[in-house]
Design a protein around this ligand. Sequence first.
Ligand SMILES: [Zn+2]
Length: 336
Amino acid sequence: MENTTVLWCSMSLVVGAVAGSAIAKWILCLDGQQPFLPRLKCIGCGESFRAWRRLPVVGYFAARGRCQCGHRLDSSIPVVEVVTMTLFAAFTLAYLKFGCQTVAEVRPDWQWYYGRLVFHLILIGLLIVATGTDLRDYFIPDQVTMSGTVLALVAAFGTGDFQMMHVWIDWSHEVPGLNGPYIPDWIKHHRHLHGLANSLAGAVLGGGSIWLLGRLTKIVLGEYSVGVGDATLMLMVGAFVGWQPVVFVLCLAPLCAIAVGLLVWMVVGRPYISFGPYLSIATLIVLFSWTALWVPNRLIFSHWPTMLGLALGTLTVLLLLLLGLRGYRSIPARRV
Ligand SMILES: [Zn+2]
């Protein structure tokens, strides 16, 4: 492996550990257990933890999961820290070593190639926060999704080079000898505006489709089966990744819900009914395997009747899935 890749992977492991610590604390703070600043405090005695006890992962296990007063620390802390570290390092490796987002159409300048890596690591961090709060409280805070959306829009506009795919590619205008599609000139001439357009298109499609799904479940089932939190989550994801990856997220999420849902059902005895975590898992799959998803399917995106069919098909599957899960809503809510 190249030295740069090793360096970046080690850095993302360390950054992931520190970020994981902050994310674990942010989740507890959103849960109402902790003030976010200044330090992690024990709920039992109110004391701040000493420096070594605040070390990511190591601190928790060295203290045997307890405060000096004997009060148990929240067991989500080491889990969130390990998950964040692992995902950060794995994504950096997949991105740099295996080119998981390298496609012929998009060739960012080298500094924005690394910039986009950091941009997507931030998205992964925000997804962990959203999933954490959703698993704890069936709730995705606007504080996370709205600040993420604004950050993504500003960064996409400011750099003009963070897109995974251009907002539009002219497949009908193929240039002989050119390996790949013709990329319209205006994208090259107005890259900041293009970055913003790409991010906005993703946000509108992501947030809009989940909002529409919510309205449809209200009409068909008589209740909202997806929440506002799910719509704002996809608003944020769309702003980060653009509209074509959102299409893949929306197609993969029901599959994740079926696969993971069945697994949880077998283990716990009832399905997990919140949709947010499945959207997060689907987003991770798209981030980690964009090249593999895009290359064999790219022609779909130049053919609007197929796109329309795909959209209607996905909506139908989602509605059927939510219909199937409706019976379980009558069971009193308890944490899974
Ligand atoms: Zn204590």
